[in-house]
Design a protein around this ligand. Structure first.
Ligand code: G6P
Length: 369
């Protein structure tokens, strides 16, 4: 097992560090930046169906559901198709309205999650076209769906999902970009620019990983916290949910993710000097609004850990700690802002002596209800 961990203390840390390569492997061979081409068999063979979709319904569970939420923002902005994101377990039992011109996208790392599988079967029965985004080749979900695109994350052993999440977002971004280009919902210039930006994500993830020691220090400062709040807006709202999930899963600290503006409708009541609040405050994406949320937290003595764009000095003056990520296009920011949140929960869990790779009560893949 030590050999499999490749010199890392845990699979989770190894998998966090594998992300630059995993993302590269996921777009390599599919994206030709110089020529401005995206080639994906599962998409190319079903292009008409996808382009004519009146609606996209995404079904997933856990971290894959969070990737689905990010995809909702990406698809609606770039492709202008309405998207709904459903917990597979809710979808399958509530007699959902499904039309023949709906496209259902099922996201699953393992390809074996029972609820997601049941949601797929229901959608197929009702005539929808079902597209799978799985990591495990030949898995049940990849076989049950009409078509699909694999993430090329490689095996993910740690129960808390890391590289599966970022590669899912990578695949979904490629799909959105391809459809947007075909539909003409983005300009040619933007299409080329976005491909270039996506191509640079692995090196920017690499750069984000360099904050590891700094994040370790922050983890040490807050490891005794009983609660933690995660806030983000737009593309980074799902990242806040995912950051909170990671902390809960492996450190057993109660954490909640919230859209930053919703804070005033509830969580603000919890804020005092004992409450660490992780705020994703990158420069693109409602920046000024997030800054004013930070001020509200500050005035209630909350401790702020902010994820900011490199070089930001407005937030650094307000926050107790800042963690920088490189700048990128707004829809790609989740690929970078997620990284420090993974590391933060990892270090806190290790410092608390928890079983990081196999947290209590959790399974890597939930194959029964
Ligand atoms: C379990 C795992 C999570 C995962 C979820 C969905 O809860 O512990 O890490 O996100 O299942 O799994 P899937 O394989 O369908 O993505």
């Amino acid at each position: 097992e030590q050999i499999e961990k490749g010199g890392y203390d845990h699979f989770m840390l190894k998998e966090i560090y594998e992300q630059p390569n995993a993302i590269l492997d996921t777009y390599r061979g599919r994206m030709r930046v110089a020529e401005g081409i995206i080639k994906m068999a599962g998409i190319d063979d079903n292009l008409a169906k996808l382009l004519n979709a009146k609606r996209i319904i995404i079904v997933a569970c856990g971290t894959s559901w969070h990737a689905g939420l990010v995809a909702e923002y990406i698809f609606e902005e770039l492709v202008r198709i309405p998207v709904e994101v459903e917990y597979a377990s809710e979808f399958r039992y509530r007699n959902p309205v499904i039309h023949q011109d709906d496209v259902v996208i099922a996201i699953s790392q393992s390809g074996e999650t029972a609820d997601t599988m049941a949601a797929i079967k229901l959608a197929k029965e009702r005539g929808a076209f079902v597209f799978g985004v799985c990591n495990v080749v030949g898995s049940s979900i990849s076989r049950e769906t009409h078509a699909g695109a694999y993430t090329h994350a490689g095996p993910e052993i740690g129960v808390a999902s890391t590289k599966a999440f970022t590669t899912q977002i990578t695949v979904l971004s490629l799909i959105a970009l391809k459809l947007a280009e075909r539909k003409g919902t983005i300009s040619n210039g933007d299409f080329h620019f976005y491909l270039q930006e996506l191509e640079r994500i692995p090196e920017k993830v690499e750069e984000s990983l360099k904050s590891n020691e700094h994040i370790k220090f922050i983890a040490d400062t807050y490891k005794e916290a009983k609660n933690c709040l995660y806030l983000g807006r737009g593309y980074n709202f799902p990242v806040a949910l995912e950051g909170a999930l990671k902390l809960k899963e492996i450190s057993y600290i109660h954490a909640e993710g919230y859209p930053a503006a919703e804070m005033k409708h509830g969580p603000i009541a919890l804020i005092d000097e004992h409450m660490p609040v992780v705020v994703i405050a990158t420069r693109k994406g409602h920046y000024d609004k997030v800054v004013s949320n930070i001020q509200e937290i500050k005035s209630r003595k909350g401790k702020i850990i902010a994820i900011v764009t490199k070089g930001d000095d407005t937030v650094s003056n307000l926050a107790d700690h800042v963690i920088e990520v490189p700048e990128t296009e707004e829809f790609l920011t989740p690929l970078l802002t997620t990284i420090p949140l993974q590391l933060l929960s990892y270090h806190i869990a290790v410092m608390l002596g928890k079983n990081v790779d196999q947290p209590r009560n959790l399974a890597k893949s939930v194959t029964v209800e």
